[in-house]
Design a protein around this ligand. Sequence first.
Ligand SMILES: *Cc1c(COP(=O)(O)O)cnc(C)c1O
Length: 355
Amino acid sequence: MIAVMDITITKAERSKLPATKPENLSFGRYFTDHMLEADYENGEWKNIEIKPYQPLLLSPSVAALHYGQAIFEGIKAYRNEAGEAFIFRPHDNYRRFNISAQRMQMPTVPEELFIEGMRQLVAMDKNWIPQLQDHSLYIRPFMFASDELIGVRPSDNYKFLIILSPTGPYYNAPMRIYVEEQYVRAVPGGVGYAKTAGNYAAAMLATANAKKLGYDQVLWTDAFEHKYVQEIGTMNVFFIIGNKAYTPDLSLGTILDGVTRSSAIELLKEMGYDLVERRITIDELMDAYKAGELKEVFGTGTAATISMIKELRYKDFVMEFDVDSWSAGPTLKNWITDIREGRKEDKYGWMYKID
Ligand SMILES: *Cc1c(COP(=O)(O)O)cnc(C)c1O
């Protein structure tokens, strides 16, 4: 049983909801009526508030802006045809948030604050969860160092917030991917497994270069040999080779442990694929492709769910795929979407009912 926290609630005077058309919601641009905010001071979480969505007033010296002690999560809420609201696997994001916090020398957040705070916030803005197919409410919990001090050390004070953004279908055409060999995302001993702000800033140059060449994203490779594949942009990656599904294992700490990844692993097994988690080289992918065995390549993540890859380019070697003939990726995508939107049985207990 979750202890009831002391959350101060201030309701917005009127909802902004009618102004926004659910059909043309571009990702992450619109926010709901309310947000949650809490402060970490003197070793404890306090001032927990749900209040109208509003700007923060910050000192220019606030530590997170200088040294990047900042972490976040991405989660989605759905409404089924009966109008009941659910959040997809929030406890997995909760655990991962605290793993990121520990890596960045930040305080952990108690379950009552993260889960119960999120539940109450989403329940309050429930009318913002679009009830249309492929629509959802994106939930963004985040925490940052709020000491007003430009000294390099872990902050004493932190802010934890949750904001909500309704999102329409994340239109994801099959992607063209460039295998990155110059820049790296993560190294053993680094912060690749943490959802921390700096990882995303560090990735932007390589992604921009790939875009200039006409690619949508990069496939990151290991830092030493540029030979072991890691992730596609901010998605985990899966390869269907013969009747096996392969995805890089998490043991080196260079890969983000995606909630969609672990959901995909469960469902692919149920679909009859042998699931192999291990290091995967670009050479073996090319060999499988040449032998006609590399059937499908797709990325997994909360924002797009499953993104099909129609082209993978490594140096001058181009691997092309006929996405329309695929089976695993599209089946998986529909299955996860149907569970989330309440059309298919949730036998894994992934949907957390909020009211
Ligand atoms: C968030 C993220 C993912 C996907 O994780 P999900 O829990 O499935 O959304 C994968 N890789 C990176 C680098 C990420 O930041």
